[in-house]
Design a binder for this molecule. Structure first.
Ligand SMILES: [Ca+2]
Length: 387
């Protein structure tokens, strides 16, 4: 079986930067595709396949409580494009933006079609590349003026099987779900001389914060004609401050859960449909939790499921609704959710277009196999996504 891992690396590099420059810092954001929290040696991956990322964490700040904005690729990527789009209007910055979609055809040094390699091989290639990028920054002498942030767009796609996907460590389920395995991501910030080396921040943080943070470290004010959901993490990066904030877990337009402090409160639960599950697709293989990893969309609005992620990172043991702890958390989170719903301005969906012409009619290598199909005429229509 071949492994196809896609990495999207977004670079925002200020032009003409040299050591000791008076201009704003360079900012590099590295966004991995489907890499899981548990894939990094520094988070406990036993085969230690990420020495460069582990070194990056040792030289920078590790975020064990970092979240994506959505457990699927595209909505998460949008945060970054929005960030870059606004960034290129900045007068202080010259921006070079590259999106490198690197199908890891290089792993094992062969082409993808006849490739036999594991997810671990792809991770090792990726880790090596990141080591080279950081070393290059040092060799250019611009490392003290460059913020590098590493994270992933969603959790590991555990439905693909143990050798074809990454690890979400102790967390429940994976990609496409709003359980921790789908939304909690590995994250490292690196900026020698500014971010204290070897630090761990327990800040609840989100990929959306990278926009506000990038503006802040560049000395640019955010636009004031809209609500910005991300926080400026620069006090966290520089002073290891802790900012009080909730994390909202969305699947499509539905707010599924909220985290405040160590508590996670599920208003809805869903893994995938029975229909899909019965075809052999399991978003939570070996991790079914009755009443939690449900195959129908279950509403718990009146009596949400509450977990203490510090004591129960796998979301297996809901806190008793009779307990004082439950009542306290429920009271607190209700106020947070009411405020959130009051402030929320729904956006217009922009990713609900389908077009048969852009589907994978001609996968790489199909010519050799004689199995290429001719795509139909482009005829996009508005379609409904189930999540
Ligand atoms: Ca992804």
């Amino acid at each position: 079986m071949s492994v196809k891992t896609v990495i999207c690396v977004l670079w925002a590099v200020s032009v003409g930067q040299t050591a000791g420059s008076q201009h704003g810092p360079n900012i590099i954001i590295m966004l991995m595709d489907d890499m899981g929290w548990g894939d990094l040696g520094v988070f406990g991956e036993p085969s230690k396949e990420t020495p460069n990322l582990d070194l990056m964490a040792a030289q920078g700040m590790l975020f064990p409580n970092f979240y994506t904005a959505n457990p699927l690729c595209s909505p998460c990527m949008c945060c970054f494009w929005a960030c870059l789009y606004l960034s290129i209007t900045m007068s202080l910055f010259g921006i070079l933006a590259y999106c490198c979609l690197l199908h890891i055809t290089v792993c094992c040094g062969k082409t993808l079609c006849d490739l036999s390699c594991s997810y671990g091989d792809a991770v090792m290639e990726l880790d090596d590349s990141i080591g080279q990028i950081l070393a290059h920054l040092v060799s250019l002498g611009i490392h003290n003026n460059t913020l590098v942030f590493f994270t992933s767009d969603n959790g590991a796609a555990v439905m693909s099987g143990p050798h074809q996907s990454g690890s979400n460590g102790p967390f429940l389920c994976g990609k496409e779900t709003t359980f921790e395995g789908g939304m909690r991501e590995p994250a490292i910030a690196w900026w020698p001389g500014r971010i204290p080396a070897g630090t761990v921040s327990h800040q609840l943080a989100s990929v959306m914060d990278l926009f506000s943070t990038s503006l802040s470290v560049a000395g640019v004010l955010p636009p004031d004609d809209r609500v910005i959901d991300g926080l400026d993490l620069s006090p966290v990066l520089i002073n290891n401050s802790l900012l009080d904030r909730p994390i909202f877990y969305y699947r499509g337009n539905q707010m599924m859960a909220v985290r405040i402090g160590q508590y996670k409160v599920h208003y809805w639960t869903w893994s995938n449909s029975w229909e899909e599950f019965n075809t052999g697709i399991n978003f939570c293989p070996g991790q079914e939790v009755p009443g939690v990893t449900t195959h129908t969309q279950e509403e718990h609005t009146m009596q949400p499921l509450i977990f203490h992620l510090g004591q129960d990172p796998g979301e297996r043991y809901p806190i008793s609704v009779q307990s004082e702890e439950y009542q306290d958390v429920h009271r607190q989170v209700t106020a947070v959710v009411e405020q959130h719903q009051k402030d929320l301005i729904p956006g217009m969906p922009q990713l609900n277009m389908c077009d048969l012409a852009v589907m994978n009619w001609s996968p790489p290598g199909c010519e050799q196999l004689g199995k290429c199909l001719k795509p139909p005429e482009s005829n996009p229509w508005k379609c409904v996504w189930p999540h």
